[in-house]
Design a protein around this ligand. Structure first.
Ligand code: FEO
Length: 171
């Protein structure tokens, strides 16, 4: 049975993952409106990834005998000054999420909840990837925005498809 404090913290994280999905969905809408359909598609894939993260936490709480209690999701921002600003924000947001995952890990260690330590390890690794992806893209977009290369980057980014890790790989 999962410790109540751990279950509550993970419930808050489920909300944070859903909020992340909401931010990226809002970014997709803004990019689409700017005629950057490829980047919008990239953000939609990112949205799906966040929903997958929320669901992974959901299943874990249930598996440990806890209860998922969903709360309201804060409204996301809706305006950005530039595409580079959108991706810089995404990178900043991922750094914030990493801080949250680290806090969850600290709590699991404090509670000597080694099942949660083991479970959270996947997210620790995932955040390294999330920060790397968003910072690389943010740099690339900042480099080409306002030039003819922007259309090429948009087309390239449109190829991204979210594929959930095969069962067994994600644990
Ligand atoms: Fe759920 Fe992008 O971290």
């Amino acid at each position: 049975m999962i410790d109540e404090r751990m279950a509550e913290a993970i419930n808050e994280q489920i909300n944070a993952e859903l909020y992340s999905a909401y931010i990226y969905y809002a970014m997709a809408s803004w990019l689409e409106d700017q005629g950057l359909g490829g980047m919008a598609r990239w953000m939609k894939a990112q949205t799906q990834e966040e929903l997958f993260h929320a669901d992974k936490f959901f299943d874990y709480v249930c598996e440990r005998g806890g209860r998922v209690a969903l709360a309201g999701i804060e409204g996301p921002p809706t305006e950005w000054e530039s595409a580079a600003g959108v991706f810089a924000h995404a990178y900043e947001h991922e750094q914030y999420v990493t801080g949250r995952i680290n806090d969850l890990m600290s709590l699991a260690i404090e509670l000597e909840d080694y099942a949660s330590v083991n479970f959270l390890q996947w997210f620790v690794e995932e955040q390294v990837e999330e920060e790397d992806n968003t910072s690389t893209i943010a740099e690339q977009v900042a480099m080409v925005e306002g030039t003819g290369q922007m259309l090429m980057l948009d087309r390239e980014m449109g190829a991204r498809v979210f594929t959930p890790p095969a069962s067994g790989e994600e644990d």
